[in-house]
Every structure is written in C-alpha cells, then in structure tokens.
Design a protein around this ligand. Structure first.
Ligand code: G4F
Length: 324
C-alpha cells in the first residue's frame, strides 16, 4: 500500500513544494489548512486536485487529533508556524502558541493517534540567534533573539523529549533560510526581487529596506524539502542542519538583484527605513550541513546568484505576464 503523509502549513512555500515532491513519489498527501475567509491556494495549483485538505489549526488540539485520525499518516511534516520574525515581536504570545505549543499539540496528537508515524519538525537557524560559533552545526549552542526564536526552541526540545520519553521517530530539521519565487513578500529576499521587478517595469521608484548588513545563508527551497523527506527515511530519528555553508549580506543580495534587472547602481533606489529594524537582530548566520551530507546524502546546489536570477525572473513574469 502507498504511504500516507500529513503536512501542516501545506499552503506555504515549503508545504507546497513538499506536497509536490510527495505526490510525485506516490504518497497519498493530506494537508492541514487553517480556515480563512479568502483561502490562498495559489502555491498548490499543481497538486490541488491530488491532495486532501483537512480544516484545522495548530492552536486547536481537537482539530489536530481529528486530522491525524482521518489521515492515518506514516509521516507527519509540521511546517505550520507564525514564521515571520518581525511579527513575533508584535504578537509574542500568539507566536508562542502556534510555533511553540503548537508543536507539543502535534506531538500529542501523533503519540495518541498515530504513534508509529515519523515526525518532522521545521526547526530553524533562528535558534542560533546571537551566534556562538561560525559556521553553526548541530552542536552549536542556541541563543534565540526573538519570540519566534524562543517559541521554536520550545518546539525543538519538545521533539527531543517525545523521542526520548515515548520512542517517537521525531526529527528536527534545523533549516537555514531557504527562498524561492513562492517566498512570502514580507521576507527580505522576495521584498527585494519583487521591488526590483516593480522598479524595472516603472511601477515603483524605490525600495525601502531595514538592516542592509544582516548576513544570511540563503538556499533554494525545493532542495530543502527533499532534505526533510530524507530525514524521515532514516532508520533512526535525529536532528540535522540544512544549509549552503555560504553567506551574503542583504546589501549583496540587493546589488545582485538590481544587476540581474540591468541596474548598476542599486544604492540609488534603496533607502533604509528604521521601522524595518528589529528590537534584537540576528546579525549573521552560516550553517555547516556536513552531517546531512554524510548521513542523508543531501547537498544544497543552488547558490545565491542563481537564486536571485530565478526570483527576479519570476517576479518580472508575474508583474508583466509571460515573455514571448
Ligand atoms: O527575510 P527575513 O525576514 O528572514 P529571517 O528573519 O532570517 O527569518 C526567516 O528565516 C528563518 C530561518 O533562519 C526562518 F526560521 C524564519 O521563519 C524566516 O523564514 O530577514 C532576513 C534578514 C534579517 O536580519 C532582517 O533584519 O534581513 C533583514 N532585513 C533587512 N531589511 C529585512 C529587511 N527583513 C525583512 N523581512 N524586510 C526588510 O525590509
């Protein structure tokens, strides 16, 4: 019989790429979706007819239990979260409820209703926060710098505790930033590529950004969902860093994006807006994915210059329609 998977956060960037991957591998895929008055299914266009959507919410235990009972999953991927760091400073308790306690609710649901299922938790490089070592790997101490970061830290430890207490096959993927044309417009990479496309098409004159000196290890999202799947194919559960081991500043990312669109002097278009600065910043992140390479045979291949090209091209196409 084919395998069954339940994905929370299925309508997002990672959830939609993962749904496509699992459908292509012959899984029966269930997705947990939060009820919205205007549902956003854009990213699911390619697989919508082939997956099953179940209403539910990470803040509601009964809907989680129901989704697990209904889908009877072999694999559960918990990708849902309040995932925007900036918002977590404005909505700290909501962020903790969804991105921290929500993980415990998912683990409880699995423990009670599908204890044989393998569980993937979307952990994050934001756990490292004020970084203690460079590059960061699975043994680097954590120092979160936002409510998002400390909520995710709770989820990370909940996974380890359920593994140790109840023998669940539960793994943390400590993913560094991973982007794509499906990235939400509020995140800096997409804000830049969308802004550049607007300027190139004469729809805008400038782009407001926050901390230009922030440095990130940016990879390409479809490659990272493959890594998530590989983690759940291992005999033993564990925790893995997925990253490129290269890093760029926001300024460098912006400069490359303007260059792709034919502008040499990116500074002319960019102004710094203090409102986009964070109360506590994660200044730099770079991950060491050696364990994932060795145990999962996983490697990131797309680097920032290529990623920027894909994202700018997609934003130009979205805004002007397909080029002939
Ligand atoms: O794109 P960002 O908002 O992503 P951030 O905060 O690194 O978090 C993302 O990656 C994490 C993985 O490490 C995920 F866990 C998390 O859910 C999310 O997907 O910001 C990146 C950097 C920050 O240092 C920010 O201060 O870019 C800086 N930045 C500069 N100008 C900006 C802007 N960020 C945003 N969002 N918008 C700006 O205009």
């Amino acid at each position: 019989m084919g395998r069954r998977a339940l994905i929370t956060g299925v309508t997002g960037q990672d959830g939609s790429y993962l749904a496509e991957l699992l459908v292509s591998k012959g899984y029966t895929v269930y997705g947990l979706v939060r009820r919205l008055s205007t549902p956003n299914m854009t990213h699911l266009a390619a697989v919508k007819e082939r997956i099953h959507l179940i209403d539910g919410d990470l803040t509601d235990q009964s809907s989680i239990n129901n989704a697990i009972r209904e889908s009877q999953p072999d694999e559960v991927y918990n990708l849902a979260a309040q995932s925007f760091v900036q918002t977590s400073f404005k909505q700290p308790t909501l962020t903790c409820d969804v991105s921290g306690v929500g993980v415990v609710r998912m683990l409880e649901g699995v423990r009670l209703h599908a204890p044989q299922a393998r569980f993937y938790q979307a952990s994050t490089s934001e756990l490292y926060g004020q970084v203690q070592r460079e590059p960061q790997d699975e043994a680097t101490p954590f120092h979160p710098r936002s409510p998002y970061g400390f909520a995710k830290l709770m989820g990370y430890w909940a996974v380890i505790n359920y593994r140790e207490s109840y023998g669940l096959h539960a793994s943390n993927g400590i993913l560094f930033n991973h982007e794509s044309p499906r990235r939400g417009i509020e995140f800096v990479t997409r804000r830049i590529t969308h802004g550049v496309a607007q300027i190139a098409l004469g729809k805008s004159k400038n782009l407001h950004l926050g901390n230009l000196a922030a440095r990130r290890d940016w990879g390409y999202a479809p490659e990272y969902v493959e890594g998530m799947w590989r983690m759940l194919q291992q005999r033993e559960p564990s925790d893995y860093v997925l990253a490129t081991n290269t890093s760029f500043t926001v300024a460098q990312f912006a400069s490359l994006a303007f260059k792709v669109a034919g502008f040499r002097n990116w500074r002319k278009f960019v102004s710094v807006d203090q409102a986009l600065m964070r109360p506590a910043e994660v200044h730099t992140l770079r991950g060491n994915p050696k364990k994932a390479r060795k145990r999962l045979g996983w490697q990131a291949t797309t680097r920032v210059p290529e990623l920027v090209k894909k994202m700018v091209a997609a934003d130009l196409e979205n805004l002007e329609g397909p080029r002939r």
